[in-house]
Design a protein around this ligand. Sequence first.
Ligand SMILES: Nc1ncnc2c1ncn2[C@@H]1O[C@H](COP(=O)(O)OP(=O)(O)O)[C@@H](O)[C@H]1O
Ligand SMILES: [Mg+2]
Length: 406
Amino acid sequence: MHVLFLSPGFPAEMPLFVRGLAQVGAKVFGVGDQPAQALPAEAREHLADYLQVRSFDDEAAIAAELRRWLAGRTLDRVECSWERLMYLAANLRAEFGLPGMTPEQTLVVRDKERMKQAVEAAGLRVPRHGRARTQKEAWAVAERVGYPAIVKPIDGAGSQNTFRCNDAQEFQQALEKTRAVPELSVEEFVEGEELTYDTVCADGRILFEDVSWYKPKPMILAQNAWISMQNIVLKDIHAELPRPGVLLGRQVLKALGFQSGFTHMEWFRTASGEAVFGEIGGRPPGARLVHAMNYAYDLDLFKGWAEAVCYGRLSQDTSPKYNASMVFKRAQGPGEVVTEHRGLRELLARYGRHIATIELTPVGEHKKDWRKVVVGDGWIVVRHADLATTLEMSEAFVRDLTVVAG
Ligand SMILES: Nc1ncnc2c1ncn2[C@@H]1O[C@H](COP(=O)(O)OP(=O)(O)O)[C@@H](O)[C@H]1O
Ligand SMILES: [Mg+2]
């Protein structure tokens, strides 16, 4: 099995997918825009070969360079776990005549309008929505959608340039703030809890599925520096809270005709218990969520994904073992350098056995820019078979741990 993997060294989790592929016996050929020496060791060790391209933007040049570099070596797959390069991956598959997501299938997991149209056409619940390339179009959609509305880029990420608008005046302000965004998605704002539905699929079959629960919603997180976010991978996906999203998610995958690889869907659960589609990516979730899933299910989904895309199966035990809550911390205080992990010792003493991982910006180091680094100044995963106990521990890390930048 020869796999071409795009950008094996960046973002942070890519080397783990490379490792997974190598572990299931694939020969991995990496293509990236960093020099080979700059690759993280984990990626370098598991690559059979690496090609540095000048830029990912010139697709024609990449295809030509690839042909020269491969020099007769054949490929079985092109894989990419980074949102930004998914179109490139699809175009390369078309160019080399390889299986996997086509450009058209990629569009419905990248373009927030196209995905909602496809999901809606299957009779599933999506927010009222519309595409807007101009202010005039935006106002026309807002009229139809009503308030509160949401304004966001059609292919955004990380809740950037995403605004809730309670009335026409706020809508006007949001349009001003998003002037630089070429195309917007304007939607009905859906009140409720926000959760994910993630899978690993092979040939249209779901081999693994999970639900995680965002507290608070990512948009709130992106707008408030002081918040410690929790993302809880739920052990029982058939419990009342996650269940509607599992049913919705399975139907969404069918509606989109999704075949192989990771999927990451976000959905809202309204007060009445209805599941409303949010968005879907045909790629793994970011922000360490795959790690949290691994801790909840006690397996290695980097490897599981690799096995699924290469051989159409996932042979690890996929039964859930724990609820796993991941907490992100952001340094607090006026300083630039971390001076203290306040409350840490007590928390370790109290919950040590249930902490799956903990990584904080060390004392003496510069604090991170939380707008750029989603995990901020630390991430912690606590896990327990009982959900209430998990939530209690998780809340304790939110409340009683402060990464201080004095
Ligand atoms: N229709 C909506 N109703 C309520 N909240 C929304 C809606 N659309 C987006 N949001 C909020 O904005 C966040 C970012 O939007 P999303 O479509 O997930 O884009 P991305 O994650 O690619 O930035 C969501 O996680 C959610 O918190
Ligand atoms: Mg999102």
